[in-house]
Design a binder for this molecule. Structure first.
Ligand code: HAM
Length: 442
């Protein structure tokens, strides 16, 4: 075992972070909105384990994808099982649908999920090793309306948490019938230009030619401009599906851009693929470029949500056709952008600051606070501080309008003092009356 220095052990592992109390509001804002919208449209939550058997991902995401080749956190158990921390949520949701016999329920099954996912990536802006996603999946539905609804709902969630200027990029990557002819043409084009390709792409020609279009290397990006485009190769059912998806998006008032180079990094997709990102260029382009080592397109880093159709995934898992479509949004990227667009969280100020002085008062303080809590009255307090002056100072600093003071004498007499922090007037009331009294104050 390699020994870590104490400096290392005091840091969270690379690519992970501690989410402190002041950050929680952003997570809550996004998850609450996403769940409200998902539930309104009939999605139910599925929680799958944080780890799964490795084969679930190697088979479905694809052996020659970045995730499977380089990014999975592997665990070998004592029982010699090979497990991995989940790098994404779609394969586990399909696994859960199959293993729980959900095909017997009314179709489609509409599921949402949220939580941590794990990828061993080079940590940089917008790319973490543990990150959170909110995902939507519609299983058992082949119609284009499922694809468009997923896209519409992600746009709605992102807009309603406060983001502006979103752009949907969309493409169709065909299906098993029409994709092989396109791949052949693509490979032929790139073979002619093999000397200009980066090292990874020379490998991709053999293992995963569609990903040639996804490469961020400058020379490869240049070559991409003249590469054959898949839309010209779609079979008629795929073409009809794509056309319908776009028509629904028009009807749903979602603006989009067809991106011929959008292929996505996971093998399970067929037909529709999409990504949603902020339209604007990064505010500090120079810094962003530095972060991306000057080779990656900024939009690739800031995709807020992404997904598509995966009609063949169930077959890869050995089951009959379960057509499906879905997507997932990155919570940290959404939060980063919200902050960049100036969103701040307004904390509700409590009406009352609670002050206790002396041991007898301290003993009575929790039962009294429980009365306030049950009455729905928010309270500020500073338990660790001793002495009335210190505590009053905190109350005025927080600009809380009233203080409830429980001193030694009041504790014995079962009363409290209510102090108006602005005009400093005070009144003693019995503990039994305090709630009604506070409720009556403006
Ligand atoms: P994905 O594009 O790999 O797709 O991830 C979806 C979103 O998760 C990204 O757009 C991004 O916002 C966020 N994300 C991904 N990797 C990271 C990372 N390392 N750090 C921070 N955020 C990240 C999927 O995962 C598919 N399962 C989506 C899907 C659902 N397709 C169909 N259904």
């Amino acid at each position: 075992m390699t020994k870590k220095s104490s400096k290392d052990t005091l840091q969270p592992p690379k690519g992970t972070r501690d989410i402190l109390p002041e950050e929680q509001g952003f997570y809550k804002l996004i998850y609450d909105k996403a769940e409200e919208i998902a539930q309104y449209y009939g999605f139910g939550q599925i929680r799958t384990p944080h780890f799964e058997y490795v084969d679930l991902f190697t088979a479905t995401i694809g052996e020659s994808t970045d995730i499977v080749e380089k990014q999975m956190y592997s665990l070998k158990t004592r029982g010699k099982n090979h497990l991995v921390l989940r790098p994404e949520g779609t394969a586990p949701i399909m696994r859960a649908y199959i293993s729980n016999g959900m095909h017997t329920r009314p179709q489609p099954v509409m599921a949402y999920y949220k939580g941590s996912f794990f990828r061993y990536e080079r940590p940089q802006k917008g790319r973490l090793r543990e990150f959170q996603q909110f995902g939507l999946e519609i299983l058992g539905e082949e119609k284009a309306i499922a694809d468009s609804t997923i896209i519409k709902l992600f746009v709605t969630i992102l807009e309603e948490v406060g983001l502006k200027n979103l752009m949907v990029r969309i493409n169709s990557i065909g299906d098993k019938e029409c994709r092989p002819a396109y791949k052949k043409e693509l490979v032929a084009y790139y073979r002619k230009n093999i000397n200009k390709l980066c090292k990874d792409c020379r490998q991709r020609i053999k293992t995963n030619p569609l990903r040639l279009l996804d490469c961020k290397d400058e020379n490869c990006q240049e070559l991409k401009k003249d590469a054959p485009q898949i839309l010209g190769f779609l079979c008629s059912p795929c073409r009809a599906h794509f056309k319908e998806t776009l028509e629904f998006l028009d009807a749903f008032d979602v603006s989009y851009m067809i991106d011929h180079a959008l292929v996505r990094g996971l093998d399970y997709y067929s037909r529709t693929v999409f990504e949603i990102f902020p339209e604007e260029e990064p505010a500090n382009k120079e810094e962003e470029d530095k972060d991306n080592k000057k080779t990656e397109k900024s939009s690739a880093l800031v995709a807020l949500a992404a997904g598509g159709r995966y009609d063949d995934l169930s077959k890869i898992l050995g089951k009959k056709d379960i057509p499906a479509s879905g997507g997932a949004m990155g919570i940290e990227r959404t939060i980063d952008l919200l902050k960049k667009q100036g969103k701040s969280l307004k904390k509700k100020k409590p009406k009352v600051f609670f002050i206790q002085i002396g041991q007898t008062a301290r003993l009575k303080s929790i039962p009294l606070l429980e009365k306030f809590r049950k009455a729905g009255i928010a309270i500020g307090q500073s338990f660790a501080k001793e002495g009335i002056t210190n505590q009053l100072q905190v109350a005025s600093k927080l600009k809380i309008p009233y203080a409830v003071i429980l001193g030694q004498k009041e504790a014995l007499e079962n009363s409290v003092i209510i102090r108006n922090m602005e005009n400093r007037s005070q009144e003693t009331v019995s503990v039994d009356e305090v709630i009604e009294k506070i409720k009556g104050l403006k």
